[in-house]
Design a protein around this ligand. Structure first.
Ligand SMILES: *[C@@H]1O[C@H](CO)[C@@H](O)[C@H](O)[C@H]1NC(C)=O
Ligand SMILES: *[C@@H]1O[C@H](CO)[C@@H](O)[C@H](O)[C@H]1NC(C)=O
Ligand SMILES: *[C@@H]1O[C@H](CO)[C@@H](O)[C@H](O)[C@H]1NC(C)=O
Length: 487
């Protein structure tokens, strides 16, 4: 080693530089010998060292900036992104809190048809976007009582499906050979795909053309009904105040047409908003009650990341949490379902929406990770904050995260570092289905079959979430009348 030091030093000497290298040796230039010297570091060595270390330091700093100083989280690969983009609209409207909370004016002639009934399980099924999406072949004919396939469009005041979508509808109708009680409905519109509604409801001729086109579909494809998903009538209040009235007229005319042709009966359902201020704006509830077979209450997306609501919250809480007051205390299933009932919709006609997807958030501070914690955006999980159930359970498993279950709201969430996610699992959905059963509502609507774990990747069986709802409601054909009267 001294030899190397000597050689280096000698080399630099020859270049006119007197460099003392790592051996801390000094060279007697006269005698050309080397000997140990006192501790001494040349300034130039420091400079050289710094230049060499620069890239290393830069690399470390960049790494920390990009990946954080925490150990990594593994994120499941995104699955087929069938719908999410259009769903944002609803979530955004829901988050626009009104200036005041709507007053509850109970409808004077409350429909209290409490006769026992069997509960509906209305499942939304999104048309498959690709080969990897849920196909009709993967569905189970006895999981749901109704399947609403989503979404058909409106074109030239007529219901419109593409060729491949019609094929899917026909396959769905064939499922009825396996379960004769199964009903297949076509859902029209959907957030982001409902732009033709305003024009279609505008006058009698347009509405008539639409209703006629639906009846043709019913006859031709043997479907059992149509679901109208307009999000939402009269949303732009300045623009056309009559939309609410026209929508009610459409429903009324639909009912008349159904009655006029008893040979081809079909179901008429509407997917409706949950927040009370939208209900007041958009629907004549007590009239709707006369015309529709049931409403699918979209009691989810109550809390979602937007610039106006930059904090964590549950997608679909059953009850208000302890500290929620005023408007925030209205953003839950129990409030919305009772509100619809108070406004004049029969309990039996209120089918309560349950999500199979969750919502992800990115926390501002990983240590502040409870409810209403500040968030800076969607989480990395899912697409635009919408997370399918298989992605949720894969995330929990690979990162060994234990979710928190909140007994107040019957909701669960999980967080790791910057990621925060609110989601439903078998436990939360069992509570919610029991609520539906014990309070005599019409049943459960599930959005959607596609975001449930239809492959069984979570090791909880196929469609574990819808299955947990079915278990409660199928066994639950209890005498509702007795339960309610007995209170
Ligand atoms: C709330 O109040 C503001 C200002 O008074 C008004 O511009 C806005 O339209 C109101 N929003 C609703 C939903 O009524
Ligand atoms: C629209 O519908 C009307 C009547 O239903 C029909 O006469 C007209 O040809 C249609 N237009 C187009 C572009 O399909
Ligand atoms: C459910 O809603 C009803 C009606 O708004 C209310 O009276 C009741 O207290 C709520 N239940 C819970 C547990 O919050």
């Amino acid at each position: 080693m001294p030899i190397i030091g000597y050689w280096l030093s000698n080399t630099f000497q020859k270049m006119g530089k007197n460099l003392y290298w790592f051996m801390l040796a000094e060279v007697d230039s006269k005698n050309n010998t080397c000997f140990r010297s006192r501790w001494y570091i040349d300034k130039r060595i420091v400079v050289l060292f710094t230049i060499l270390m620069c890239p290393v330091i830069l690399f470390c700093a960049t790494y920390m900036l990009v990946f954080g100083i925490f150990p990594g989280i593994s994120y499941p690969k995104a699955l087929a992104k069938d719908v999410p983009e259009v769903n944002i609209h609803r979530a955004l409207v829901y988050s626009m809190s009104p200036n005041t909370t709507a007053n509850i004016v109970p409808h004077s002639n409350l429909h209290r048809d409490l006769s026992p009934h069997s509960f509906k399980i209305v499942c939304y099924y999104n048309f498959p976007g690709s080969k990897n999406s849920l196909q009709v072949e993967n569905l189970q004919a006895s999981l749901c009582t109704h399947i609403s396939v989503a979404f058909a469009s409106i074109s030239n005041n007529s219901i419109y499906l593409e060729k491949s979508q019609i094929d899917t509808v026909q396959k769905l109708v064939n499922l009825k050979s396996l379960n004769k009680n199964l009903k297949i409905l076509v859902s029209v519109g959907g957030a982001g795909n409902d732009g033709e509604f305003p024009k279609m409801v505008l006058n009698h001729a347009n509405r008539k053309s639409f209703i006629r086109s639906v009846i043709e579909y019913v006859k031709e494809y043997n479907i059992d009904g149509v679901d109208l998903d307009w999000e939402f009538p009269n949303e732009d209040q300045e623009h056309d105040k009559m939309q609410k009235v026209h929508f009610t007229q459409l429903l009324s005319e639909f009912r008349k047409s159904i009655e006029h042709q008893p040979n081809h009966p079909f179901l008429l359902t509407v997917a409706v908003a949950a927040p009370d201020f939208i209900v007041q704006n958009s629907y004549d509830v007590s009239y709707m009650n006369e015309y529709v077979d049931f409403v699918n209450l979209m009691s989810y997306d109550y809390h979602y990341f937007t610039k106006e609501t930059p904090f964590t919250g549950y997608n679909s809480p059953l009850y208000a949490s302890e500290n929620e007051r005023y408007y925030l205390a209205t953003l839950n299933i129990n409030y919305s379902a009772n509100y619809w009932n108070m406004m004049g919709m029969d309990r039996k006609k209120i089918v309560i929406g349950l999500p199979t997807y969750g919502h992800s958030f990115r926390l501002m501070n990983p240590k502040n990770n409870g409810l209403y914690a500040p968030a800076s955006g969607y989480g990395k999980l899912g697409a635009l904050g919408f997370v399918d159930y298989p992605v949720v359970c894969q995330f929990l498993n690979t990162n060994r995260v234990t979710p928190v279950f909140d007994m107040d709201t019957k909701s669960s969430y999980a967080s790791k570092y910057y990621e925060w996610i609110s989601f439903d699992n078998q436990q939360s959905l069992t509570y919610k289905a029991e609520y539906i059963r014990d309070n005599g509502f019409g049943g459960a609507m599930v959005y959607s079959l596609n975001s449930d774990d239809w492959k069984g990747a979570c090791k909880q069986g196929e469609f574990p979430l819808v299955e947990s709802v079915r278990k409660v409601l199928e066994a639950g054909k209890v005498d509702v009348e007795e339960k309610l009267v007995g209170r």
